[in-house]
Ligand binder design. Sequence first.
Ligand code: GAL
Length: 329
Amino acid sequence: MNKALIRLAGLLLFPVAAGMLFAAPRIIKPGEPWLDNRGQLIQAHGGGVTLWKGTYYWFGEDRTQTNAPDKRYVACYFSRDLVHWKFRRQVLALADPEHLGSRWVLERPKVYANPRTGKFVLYAHLDDARYKVARVMIAVSDRIDGDYRYVKSFRPLDQESRDIGQFVDDDGSAYLVFESRPTRGFFIARLTDDYMSVEKTAFIQAPLEGGALVHYGGLYYVVGSHMTGWRPNPNVYATAPSLTGPWTEFKNLAPPEANNYNSQSTMLLKVVGSKKTTVIFMGDIWKPRQLWDSRYLWMPLDMNAGTMQLPPPQPWQLSIKTGEVAIQK
Ligand code: GAL
């Protein structure tokens, strides 16, 4: 072979070999510090993941210690494999928008991509220090990872609303799940065409928060936690053939003594691969006194004809392409 050819082959093969040597393994380690591309703890607590044009965007509460104390922050990360996350920016750095007073609350932000308007709409729980305001807020951006502009706050369906959850069905319909204490249950409310408001779809008489939904194998599965604040409790689930029910009784997601492995639900993320559809339980392991160091518990759920179980947390691998997972025993 002549020299030029050998050099060319080397040049072509080097990135492949280097990629094989240096590619970090695609392993999710529940409960361990999850670092972004800068080596910093991912700040996306009570968060949600939005798939947009083949890239996953993870939004959540940014509790960085050096954040300005009078502002509330939402951070945005992106990834193609759900394992390695690049910090994009703080998409929201908001000063008290409604005279809520010091220690005001912005929690559980979720971003919806509206295909009709081309806008990105961020919903979050807005409250005062005593959680008496119980509203949702909306901020809007023209880009998924751009600066979000505060628009308004309101009580969805005129109800008190605290923890919120996000669900986008297979047909593209987008829903807000919100907990309503006076009615002792939670609502599933479809977003209006412009995503700037909601309309009632279903109410489930079960006082649960951290509400999350997934459509899998012809059934809807809803997950929630009991109301014990930051302290973990056994999360539960129910199923129904349609969002309006009838919903089954709630059952434990894990053995109750496991206390949901110290986590609280925030979202159910469905990964549709070429060989398998996997549903990931996304939970928060809260550290109330060091919220910035709160951890994440992401595990693939065991799903089987109407049952759903959260397995004990173990490091695991995911193939975004095939949807297959391998749990390390
Ligand atoms: C939890 C809720 C969190 C946060 C916390 C405050 O029940 O899920 O988002 O509001 O209470 O105590």
